[in-house]
Design a protein around this ligand. Structure first.
Ligand code: AMP
Length: 281
């Protein structure tokens, strides 16, 4: 496995790989890896000659400086995990290598910035769009792997890829969960044992919503049941719960109207912000 911290040597090395006609899979991550990330990597390893992981805690996607400061990091452990799981190249640049003070380009993702994650994390997706397109341009992979755990991010990147004509196949990967249902996340490392148990409420809400939806219960009623459950919890501070069309992410109005439906939830357990979603149909 080769480690790069600078853009130009990486680009030169990728040029040589390309000359040999090899395919490249990209897995962008912010590090502090878990089995969710490793599943993305394994999918890439099975579909490409060369797999490249990025480890970069992207400052432009953090709307809260405390959150950025507290984001867990352990590069040594990450590198060892990547090596044992078949990663060929790691790109782990510092912030100065990626961003210059005089930068002016800004993304605008329209309505996607006003709903769910966009609404509660102002400018988050502008930062995601910027870093992902930088990695797409630097690495020019054939395929790029993203988790459905971050459904809104996935939809946004699918749109970015289509609208900016990147010749990259976006490969979604299902959410990997702990045995009890908690979606794996680097942020889970900041939860106490007690908070880990309290965090199960996210998956419980999503599972309840799915069950109710499949029983043809009205969307308003499902919402009321879930909001009520969250209000009664003293350890979970709900930010949003939505039942949405999986393609547009716009709210579903009537049960049965949409072909693909997902339930999405976000909120705080203690000081840790958690998000999750589930595919209903
Ligand atoms: P992050 O390091 O949190 O930015 O995540 C990097 C990539 O891993 C993103 O595409 C995430 O959607 C994906 N990911 C994060 N958690 C999971 C999980 N539990 N299962 C599958 N993919 C995940």
């Amino acid at each position: 496995m080769k480690l790069f911290t600078e853009i130009q040597p990486l680009v030169d090395f990728i040029g040589e790989i390309r000359l040999k006609g090899k395919s490249i899979g990209l897995i962008p991550t912010m590090g502090y890896l878990h089995q969710g990330h490793i599943t993305l990597l394994k999918n890439s390893v099975s579909e490409n000659d060369i797999s490249i992981c990025t480890l970069f805690v992207n400052p432009t996607q953090f709307n809260n400086p405390e959150d950025l400061k507290n984001y867990p990091r352990d590069e040594k452990r990450d590198l060892s995990l990547l090596e044992t799981n078949g990663c060929d190249i790691v790109f782990s640049p510092n912030v100065e290598e990626i961003y210059h003070e005089d930068r002016v380009v800004n993304f605008n993702f329209g309505y996607l910035e006003d709903i769910m994650e966009g609404k509660f994390r102002p400018n988050h997706f502008k930062g995601v769009g910027l870093i992902v397109s930088k990695f797409f341009n630097i690495i020019q992979p054939d395929r790029a792997y993203f988790g459905t755990k971050d459904l809104q991010q996935l939809v946004l990147i699918q749109k970015l890829t289509k609208e900016l004509n990147y010749h990259i196949d976006i490969r979604p990967v299902d959410t990997v969960r702990e045995e009890d249902g908690l979606a794996m996340s680097s942020r889970n490392a900041r939860l106490t044992e007690e908070e880990k148990v309290q965090s199960l409420i996210l998956f419980q809400c999503l599972s309840m919503a799915k069950e109710m939806y499949l029983k043809n219960i009205d969307i308003d009623e499902i919402r009321n049941v879930i909001l009520d459950k969250c209000q009664k919890s003293t350890s979970f501070d709900l930010e949003y719960f939505e039942i949405v069309n999986t393609t547009s992410l716009l709210p579903v109005v009537n049960n049965g109207d949409d072909q693909h439906v997902s339930a999405c939830i976000a909120g705080y357990v203690g000081k840790v912000r958690l998000i999750d979603n589930i595919s209903i149909i």
